[in-house]
Design a protein around this ligand. Structure first.
Ligand code: CMC
Length: 396
């Protein structure tokens, strides 16, 4: 490969240095700014986690209050964004809508699009974190044909998201604390994950100097794929398929299909590029999953029973053991979201909302790095060698 290293899929290439998230895939460790995810999930909420990821330290009480107040001040979106959204078909996938809306923010907030101005980047960061729940909920309400709910800022970040998704203007709405905590934990566990595909996309996109909203829209687009953030939706759809074919009794047949060398079927929500022993986020999400199923009395629901049986069978199967394939965070986050009433088509949008802070922190880090350059991978050319053009009339 001459001067270049050929590394498709970046299996062994470090594209940047970073001080945000540390992963030890063999030990199953995940730290945000040095803090183990297990401690953050228990002692912090999503707002504290955002502050930590963005600014490098956990906030004091005063700092958290000030940050939350700033975010709260920006939760509404420009009223005209509604009309942009209404241009979509009513059945548009929320990730299609979100990719469009986040990209469109560059047009709605032109006063904070200069990537090289740290102050503008900070306002964009706050705007994005604040408005993502509003946009995700609007995409959902639009699918449902229900009126949009404006943010109500006396609620927590997550409580507000719940209200914007599930309340109607006719009724009072109080977020259920068990659901609020579960959803908040989903957000914490998805907040950053070092140089995954969507984060690398954001970095590459922003390396050209484009604006932060455009770069985050690129991240949303990448996250949508079923091998990445789309796995939570794909995993639930897989469970529905197995259920439609006969449920628990058909798991064996499905697993055989996955194991068949000639089939491209994968067990969605299983496997990870970096975690080869277990995914620490999955362990925490599994706990939440059982808490939620207990609290909502759903342990006997056929879909959830199916999920738990599939998990057990796969974990004991040689194919999965040999390849070190374990359930990842998306397997359980899909089940939790389904249990608490998030529609399946919205799962990846919730992931995008949670990951926004990570994308922004990584973008900030890149722009502030004196070694940062436009990303420009090289290639191993395998096409035709030089040849002469034959005028069309003379071509065979
Ligand atoms: N089901 C069945 N077989 C699998 C799976 C799976 N989910 N994942 C990997 N394998 C097999 C694969 O066929 C290959 O087998 P063989 O060596 O016989 O050819 C071996 O395991 C290695 O697979 P790979 O594709 O080289 O592994 P990778 O590190 O490139 O892929 C992955 C990682 C996450 C893309 C993959 O495991 C996968 O497609 N999983 C399902 C989708 C999913 O759940 N993605 C969410 C990841 S976690 C959240 C996030 O990042 O967004």
């Amino acid at each position: 490969t001459g001067k270049f290293t050929y590394d498709p899929g970046f299996l062994s290439t470090a594209s940047c240095s970073s001080a945000i998230t540390y992963i030890d895939g063999d030990k199953g460790e995940l730290l945000y700014r040095g803090y183990p995810i297990e401690q953050l999930a228990v002692h912090c909420d999503y707002m504290e986690t955002c502050y930590l990821i963005l600014y490098g330290e956990l906030p004091s009480v005063e700092q958290k209050k000030a940050f939350t107040a700033r975010v709260t001040q920006h939760t509404m979106v420009h009223e005209q964004m509604q009309f942009f959204l209404r241009g979509f078909r009513r059945d548009a996938h929320p990730m299609a809508v979100l990719t469009g809306l986040v990209g469109a923010m560059s047009a709605f907030y032109p006063d904070s699009i200069n990537l090289h101005d740290a102050g503008q980047r900070d306002i964009s960061a706050v705007r994005l974190i604040a408005k993502m729940p509003t946009l995700v909920a609007m995409a959902y309400k639009y699918n449902m044909g229900q009126p949009f709910m404006y943010p109500q800022n006396k609620l927590s970040y997550t409580g507000n998201l719940m209200r914007m998704m599930w309340a109607t203007p006719c009724d009072e709405y109080e977020p259920n604390p068990v659901i609020e905590r579960a959803l908040d934990r989903i957000l914490i566990l998805h907040a950053d994950h070092e140089q995954n595909a969507s984060t690398s996309t954001v970095r590459l996109c922003a390396s050209s100097g484009t604006n932060p909203f455009a770069a985050i829209a690129a991240g949303v687009a990448c996250l949508w794929g079923p091998a990445h953030g789309g796995a939570n939706e794909a995993s639930l759809n897989m469970l529905y398929d197995i259920q439609a074919q006969g449920g628990v009794a058909k798991i064996g047949e499905f697993i055989n299909q996955v194991k068949d060398k000639n089939s491209s079927v994968r067990l969605m929500g299983f496997g990870h590029r970096v975690y080869k022993n277990y995914d620490p986020r999955a362990k925490l999400m599994r706990e939440t999953c059982h808490e939620v199923l207990d609290a909502l009395g759903l342990h006997d629901d056929p879909l959830f029973k199916l999920a738990m049986t599939l998990e057990k069978i796969a974990l004991e199967d040689d194919y999965f053991i040999q390849r070190k394939l374990y359930p990842n965070v998306d397997f359980y986050s899909g089940i939790v979201q389904k249990a608490i009433g998030v529609p399946v088509s919205l799962f990846t949008a919730i992931f995008a909302l949670a990951r926004t802070v990570g994308w922004i922190a990584q973008l900030n880090e890149m722009i502030s790095d004196p070694e940062y350059k436009i990303g420009r991978p090289r290639q191993l050319f395998t096409g035709a060698v030089q040849r002469n053009v034959v005028p069309i009339a003379q071509r065979a």
